[in-house]
Design a protein around this ligand. Structure first.
Ligand code: UDP
Ligand code: GLC
Length: 387
C-alpha cells in the first residue's frame, strides 16, 4: 500500500459548520487520491472544490430530513432510503483504502455498510454524546456501531471523548483526541491597525465598543443570552455573525423580536453568514462564546484568540481545554447573563488586562491549535487505520 492511503471522506452536510471546516482543511490537504462524498448539496461543495478536492453528492431528501431527536418510528419510514445510501457509500468505499466518517449520519450510513465494503472505518467525533444533544434512539445506534463497525474513533476534545467512553464503554486509550487546527496566518493577513477603516469597510459603527458573537444561529449557541446581557450594558454594541444553517429560522426571528423587546435593537447588528471571519473578528473589541449546552470544541473561540482578541467563553465541554480563566481569556458559567455582562464590563473598563489576555491567547492559538499539528496527527491516525 502507498505511504499516503486513499481516503473516502463522508459528510452529511452541504452547509458550512465547524465539522465541515475541519474536513475542508483535511480533504484539501490530500486531494491526489481521495474524494469527498456529501449526503446533501450546498455551499460546502464549492468550498471543497476550490480547495482541489474531488466531490460527489448523493442526496436523499427523506434521509437528510431525519432529526437528531428522531423517534424509532420516524427512522423506520426511511429504511428504504437508508439502505440505498448505505449501499451507495459502500460501493464508493470499496475503491479506497480508508473510509473517514465526519458526521453522525455519515457514521451511521457508512458503518452500517461495513460488511459490504470491508474497509477500515475511522470516525471523527465532533459531538458530545449526551441526551442534551441527541435522542435516545440515536445514542443507542451510535453505541452499537462504535462497538461493532467502527475501527478507530478520533475525538475533537477530551469532553467529547469522555461522553463517548461513558456511552460505549470502549477503552479510553483507543481514542486519541485531535483538536481542530485554526489557520492563524489568515488572521495575520488582516491589518487591524486602522480599526475605523476596517469597520467602515464592513459597515460597522466606527467608534462603538463592539462585542462579536460568531456562529450559526441556534438556541444552544445562546445568542439570546448575549442579547439579554446587552440590556445591562448601555453603550456596548453586539454583532451577531452567522445564519441559521440547520432550519433554526424561527429562533433567528425570535432574536430580532427579543432585541426589539429589550430596547437594544439599535445596538445589535445582525450580520448574517460571513466568509471573511478573520476580518470580522479583528473588528471587535471582544469575542463572545455563549453556548448554553457544553460545546464539544468551539472553533470560534480559537479563531477569536488567533485574531488576538480577548475572548469570553461559556465554561463547559471542550471550552475549558482551550481557555484558561484570566490567563488567555475569560470563562463564565453557561447561560449566566449577569456573569457575561460583568465579564464584558470588566474587559471594557480595563483595556490593559484585555490586551494581556489577547496577547497570551494569540500565542496559545498558534502553538496549541495549529493547522500543521492538526493535519499531521490526523494523517497519522488515518495511516494507522489503513494498516
Ligand atoms: N463561521 C463562518 N461564518 C459565519 C459564522 C461562522 O465562517 O458567519 C465559521 C466559524 O468561523 C467557525 C465555524 O463557522 O469556523 C463554526 O464552528 P464552531 O466549531 O465554532 O461551531 P459549530 O457550528 O461547528 O458547532
Ligand atoms: C461540531 C461542534 C463544535 C466543534 C466542531 C469542530 O460542529 O459543535 O463545537 O468545534 O464540530 O470539531
Amino acid at each position: 500500500m502507498p505511504s499516503v492511503p486513499s481516503v473516502l471522506f463522508v459528510d452529511q452536510s452541504g452547509q458550512l459548520g465547524g465539522a465541515e471546516f475541519a474536513l475542508l482543511q483535511l480533504a484539501g490537504s490530500c486531494t491526489a487520491r481521495s474524494e469527498v462524498l456529501l449526503l446533501s448539496d450546498g455551499p460546502f461543495r464549492a468550498r471543497l472544490e476550490a480547495h482541489g478536492a474531488r466531490v460527489q453528492v448523493i442526496n436523499d431528501a427523506r434521509v437528510a430530513g431525519i432529526a437528531r431527536q428522531a423517534s424509532g418510528l420516524n427512522c423506520l419510514r426511511v429504511v428504504p432510503g437508508i439502505l440505498r445510501q448505505v449501499r451507495a457509500i459502500a460501493a464508493h468505499a470499496r475503491t479506497f483504502d480508508v473510509l473517514f466518517l465526519n458526521t453522525q449520519k455519515a457514521l451511521v450510513l457508512g458503518a452500517l455498510g461495513k460488511l459490504l465494503h470491508r474497509k477500515p472505518v475511522i470516525w471523527y467525533q465532533h459531538d458530545i454524546l449526551t441526551r442534551e444533544h441527541f435522542g435516545r434512539v440515536q445514542l443507542s445506534v451510535i453505541k452499537w456501531l462504535v462497538r461493532f463497525a467502527v475501527d478507530h474513533v478520533v475525538a475533537n476534545s477530551q469532553a467529547s471523548k469522555r461522553s463517548l467512553i461513558a456511552l460505549t464503554g470502549i477503552a479510553a486509550d483507543s481514542v486519541p483526541v485531535i483538536y481542530n487546527g485554526i489557520d492563524a496566518d489568515a488572521f495575520k493577513r488582516i491589518d487591524g491597525s486602522d480599526m475605523a477603516a476596517l469597520r467602515r469597510q464592513l459597515g460597522l459603527p466606527e467608534h462603538a465598543w463592539l462585542a462579536g458573537l460568531f456562529g450559526r444561529l441556534a438556541p444552544w449557541k445562546g445568542q439570546h443570552i448575549a442579547l439579554e446581557a446587552m440590556a445591562r450594558l448601555p453603550g456596548v454594541h453586539l454583532v451577531l455573525v452567522g445564519a441559521p444553517l440547520f432550519g433554526e429560522d424561527a429562533y433567528a426571528q425570535r432574536l430580532h423580536e427579543q432585541a426589539e423587546a429589550l430596547g437594544v435593537a439599535d445596538r445589535v447588528h445582525f450580520a448574517g453568514f460571513q466568509d471573511d471571519v478573520p476580518a470580522w473578528m479583528k473588528a471587535m473589541d471582544v469575542v463572545l462564546h455563549t453556548s448554553t449546552e457544553p460545546e464539544p470544541f468551539g472553533r470560534v473561540i480559537v479563531e477569536g484568540m488567533a485574531a488576538a482578541r480577548p475572548v469570553i467563553a461559556a465554561a463547559a465541554g471542550g471550552v475549558t481545554e482551550i481557555v484558561r480563566h484570566q490567563r488567555n481569556g475569560w470563562l463564565v458559567k453557561p447561560g449566566d447573563v449577569a456573569a457575561l455582562a460583568d465579564a464584558i464590563g470588566a474587559l471594557r473598563t480595563d483595556p490593559a488586562m484585555a490586551q494581556r489576555l489577547a496577547d497570551q491567547a494569540l500565542v496559545d492559538a498558534q502553538t496549541e491549535f495549529s493547522v500543521d499539528q492538526y493535519l499531521q496527527r490526523m494523517m497519522q491516525a488515518i495511516g494507522r487505520a489503513a494498516r
